[in-house]
Design a protein around this ligand. Sequence first.
Ligand code: ATP
Ligand code: MG
Length: 232
Amino acid sequence: MNRTIAAQLSNAGKEYKTGDTTLVALQPTTINFNKGEVTLIVGPSGSGKTTLLSLLGCVIYPTSGDVWLGDTCVSKLSENQQAELRLNHIGFVFQGFNLIAPLSSLENVMQPLLLKGVSRKTAKEKAMGILRTFGIEDRAGNLPKTLSGGQQQRVAVARALITNPELILCDEPTASLDHQSAIQVMKILQSLSRDNRAVIVVTHDMRLKNYADRIIYVIEGKISNNPIETEF
Ligand SMILES: Nc1ncnc2c1ncn2[C@@H]1O[C@H](COP(=O)(O)OP(=O)(O)OP(=O)(O)O)[C@@H](O)[C@H]1O
Ligand SMILES: [Mg+2]
């Protein structure tokens, strides 16, 4: 990967077609995200924040322009190549957690390591370690449905970080957390950014701005660097 720019949209936009209507979820956008920085993405509901994060996370393809991760034009890669890249370089905390229902917290967190070919023993040790960091090791054996929202959220964050990815994308990672736990997660994300990782966090919680190096505003599919006089 490129030394400073972790991810880049180059005129990348996303439209959704349903029937004969076209919805512009993200207007063509050019923007860089650097290693060593925490970027907050804020904006009203439906403005395109998850769409922007999903493009960077190789979860969806742009309908125009390109997405780059380091020196790789990821929007030209096949789905399998993108899956490989996600596994090796990207940690994604999904807005709805996306935990695997029949797997325990521990197994959910182990999963990316197992997919990478790490032994079960090592994966288990690492996963227990990160569950401990987030104060939920006592829930290691629980299925997601038996966890509180905040506990599920921490499992989702732990799973995203377990592979030590260069690009960390978090969609509302603190929405279900009390203030102290939210601060704990942001401190961990900030320290990872200082370790030359790019951290991009979608949030409605402006209290998190103390942990941000940069704030990007998204309004009606358009990105801006300027604060907007709106409460999100
Ligand atoms: N798969 C899809 N098909 C059609 N329209 C979609 C799809 N995904 C998102 N959209 C639309 O694109 C727009 C942007 O959605 P997006 O999920 O990016 O918003 P958001 O800023 O993350 O909102 P929220 O804060 O509520 O999570 C919305 O109008 C949404 O309805
Ligand atoms: Mg969203």
